[in-house]
Design a protein around this ligand. Structure first.
Ligand code: TXA
Ligand code: MG
Length: 331
């Protein structure tokens, strides 16, 4: 079992050295915890896929300490071409935004699952930034959960499930964003959002001065391989409050949006929890995965979740709910 280490200067250096030596390190970011490995080291990257049980056709995001180091991951000509987009998006970097760009030849092939592009993120979490600043290579890091389970938002979540197979776990406290980064594809003529997150479609549309619909329209081709199949689901079947089936009320738990406005059905549930005190979407996102995990350990027949509005961070929350629900309802 790997123990959870405090983010002392010694442990931060130890994590960077372990990454350089080809080990797998779980590290905190502001979105979710990541399972990191040296993105130039094919063997190290393959360990990530093995530990997660992740299909090899689902590419990883690579992490850098600063946009100044972009050439560690991206192709120089592509960076020039994307310069205008990167300028416009500068207000979200570092932060919970990943962008897809043509990759350079140093990135291990396993990272990009055979694609010519790579997803890049510069996390703002001080512990992630400190570790990355001591690495002379990009760090490939998917969320540190078994494939298809809910992403971890604390060091304990990581150690509960992957403690036996990870070399080091660095604790950076609970994740403040709580859902995975927004991903935007900059490798084509027009920018497209591939995954919704805390950086909202509205904010990106505003920064790039394009209509939101243009960012969100899906092309025929699957832009993010593996993404459509990703579930992020608890093991307990999950349903939305609106479509709540005839369930045995005694064994269902309800996650609802606002402590100050509980839904009328509240009393019917054996267990209930508000995701926010006031219905604040950022707070709901922060608490969502943690609460799903907590309810998943209670032996309930159903987890029922109240839906939020489909705007701003709400779009990203609904995306995660639909993925969590898909497993129980469609399989
Ligand atoms: O917030 C996050 O992004 C976290 C933290 C650890 O940084 N990471 C994360 O990684 O969520 P992961 O592996 O769980 O999700 C990565 C997503 C996948 O859906 C994958 O399909 C997409 O990024 N992706 C990676 N490389 C891509 C590429 N070249 N083109 C399109 N999509 C890509
Ligand atoms: Mg993931």
């Amino acid at each position: 079992m790997s123990s959870i280490l405090e983010p002392t200067p010694e442990n931060i250096s130890r994590a960077a050295s372990a990454l350089a030596a080809g080990q797998v390190v779980a590290l905190p970011t502001e979105t979710v915890y990541g399972l990191g490995a040296n993105a130039y080291d094919d063997d190290a990257v393959r360990k990530i896929f093995q530990i997660k049980g992740r299909p090899s056709n689902n590419p990883l995001i690579v992490h850098l300490s600063s946009l100044d180091n972009i050439l560690l991951a991206a192709d120089a000509a592509a960076v020039e071409k994307a310069a205008r987009f990167l300028d416009q998006l500068a207000r979200f970097i570092p932060g919970p935004l990943s962008f897809v760009i043509e990759r350079n030849q140093k990135i291990a092939t396993a990272v990009c699952a055979g694609l010519t592009t790579v997803a890049v993120r510069i996390p703002s979490h001080p512990v992630a930034a400190a570790i990355l600043s001591q690495c002379s290579f990009p760090v490939a890091a998917p969320s540190a959960n078994p494939s298809n389970y809910i992403s971890p938002t604390s060091a304990t979540h990581v150690s509960d499930q992957l403690g036996g197979s990870v070399d080091l776990i660095i604790d950076g406290g609970p994740c403040q964003v709580g859902i995975e980064s927004t991903i935007i594809d900059l490798s084509r003529g027009a920018a497209k959002i591939l995954r919704l997150g805390q950086v909202t479609a509205e904010q990106i549309a505003d920064a790039l001065s394009v209509p939101i619909e243009q960012l969100l329209t899906k092309e025929e081709k699957v832009l993010a391989p593996g993404m459509l199949k990703e579930h992020y689901a608890p093991r307990t079947p999950l349903a939305l409050l609106r479509e709540m089936p005839e369930i045995s009320e005694r064994r269902a738990g309800l996650l609802y949006l606002s402590a100050s406005q509980p839904p009328a059905q509240l009393a019917a549930f054996q267990k209930s929890k508000a995701l926010s005190s006031s219905g604040d979407l950022a707070e709901i996102a922060r608490n969502l995965f943690k609460s799903m995990r907590e309810f998943d350990s209670l032996g309930l027949d159903f987890i029922v979740v109240e839906e939020c509005e489909s705007a701003g961070i709400g779009r990203a929350i609904l995306d995660r709910l639909m993925r969590a629900r898909a497993k129980s309802v469609t399989e």
